[in-house]
Ligand binder design. Sequence first.
Ligand SMILES: CC(C)(COP(=O)(O)OP(=O)(O)OC[C@H]1O[C@@H](n2cnc3c(N)ncnc32)[C@H](O)[C@@H]1OP(=O)(O)O)[C@@H](O)C(=O)NCCC(=O)NCCS
Length: 163
Amino acid sequence: MTLPKLRYATPEDMDQVFRWRNDPWLISESPGLSTVDWEEHVSWFSEVLDTESHQLFIIESEDGTGMGSVRLDKAGKDRAIITIYLLQPYVGKGCGSIAIKEACNTGFGLWPWMESVHAYVRKDNKPSIMAFSKAGFKVFPRKDDAIFILKELVLRKPKLLHE
Ligand SMILES: CC(C)(COP(=O)(O)OP(=O)(O)OC[C@H]1O[C@@H](n2cnc3c(N)ncnc32)[C@H](O)[C@@H]1OP(=O)(O)O)[C@@H](O)C(=O)NCCC(=O)NCCS
């Protein structure tokens, strides 16, 4: 298996991430997601490079080939939301769970205020639920679960990092 490596995105990644964002397979996997135009992308990308509120990582193979991206977004005073995608050739090989784990570990290090990371995944997205579970996420029980189309998973800050 190709071991995924993470690095923070830079302005040079803007074109590559634009192509990924409009990838037909990823759009088809994500109901509700539609293509974005270049202007929208430029504005969004400049914003997510600000590591006060976002941590955008590029997931690469050992030889530096781009495989996808994973992002943490500050959401409230002590939590973040995680979003991840891999391009189709790289899914189902164990890379997703490793990248999720590494992004969260790096995130806890950079953001001492972050107590938990939350993922919102469609209930029928089994690979994604599995990948988050393998990375240590637990299903977050919700009172409105029956009507909520997304499953919420949560990873709490490891105890050791509190000290
Ligand atoms: C979500 C995603 C990042 C997961 O990455 P991945 O590399 O495929 O995940 P992993 O291989 O680490 O783990 C997936 C697990 O699901 C399992 N799985 C795959 N398809 C499955 C299915 N239909 N039913 C049940 N389990 C399934 C795999 O076997 C694997 O478990 P295993 O290692 O125990 O065999 C990737 O599938 C992806 O990019 N999907 C499209 C975008 C997306 O849905 N993003 C999530 C929104 S936050």
